[in-house]
Write a protein that binds this ligand. Sequence first.
Ligand code: NAD
Length: 324
Amino acid sequence: MKKIIVMGAGGFIGSHLVKKLKSLGHWVKGIDLKYPEFSESLADEFVIGDLRLLAFCQEHITDSIDEIYQLAADMGGAGYLFTGENDFDVVHNSALINLNVAKCAIDSRVDKIFFSSSACIYPKVNQQDPNNPNCEESSAYPAEPDSEYGWEKLFAERLYTSAKRNYHINIRIARFHNVYGPEGTFDSGKEKVPAALCRKVAMAKNNETIEIWGKGTQTRSFLYIDDCIEGVIQLMDSNYSQPLNIGSEEMISINELANLIIDISNKSLGLSHIEGPVGVQGRTSNNDLVKSRLGWQPKITLREGLEKTYQWIATQVVSTTATV
Ligand code: NAD
């Protein structure tokens, strides 16, 4: 049994990760600004606190801790990250967290630290063709992420890599590609596209239209939460310390994604395209390296994952509407 801290344990991926680590028999302390929104945390101890504060980090990252999973970040979907309106906070908040966590992990000689980076670190220039984006790990440099969020993630990758180089901290870095599933935010302003579209479809009545930002021709791939957690565990158990994609290679346009969710809902709905932030034109995971290094690849198809997610969001929407 290891003593583990999950940072960002009140968030979407962090709360699922706590469940998995508990099922593996570890002692887990969750840290976040908030408790999980949709179910009670299974953590042995859950501390509400602000990782931007060095003293708070020093209090909790002690030499009794074996491993840290650092998922805390100021993040959201396109409506939060790609409008430019939250850029300073996104960079400042997440950079402070990572600076503090890396320093305390070094000072306390934590055995191993996992950092959640993002597909948003990849250069804009390689993601202009919706049918042929390049997100191979080795394509990250020369760097040109399309958002400040991506720049901060790249900075943090370098920070943890420097901690390894100079202080021999054992690190693992995943570049997540659009993770979705039940118990993810769907109406907070920080929701990502699968959750936002599931919500819009669940709320629409037959023969109405749902709004899509931009032309909807931009492509993405989406990773179901269970596959993501499995990838994180396998990466942490491996001896690979360079950044690795944890994503799906099942690429789909946003229009196709919307139509797939509509099909799952059994409703008859149209799409109406409005102005909105869209990000790069094409992005999908390249899993060559992760397959060869970990033997990991997603098991759940997009349709299967969306069926579970739509079901969950539709239930949430009904219960929210019922209580208003
Ligand atoms: P999330 O927003 O649900 O979780 C992040 C958590 O960090 C939140 O609960 C938030 O309250 C917490 N947090 C923020 N600032 C904090 C602070 N100062 N102190 C303590 N806690 C703080 O996001 P998520 O989808 O669960 O993502 C987890 C990690 O994975 C993030 O680092 C994110 O950037 C990364 N990531 C996620 C995706 C995705 O598709 N979900 C894709 C790429 C990378």
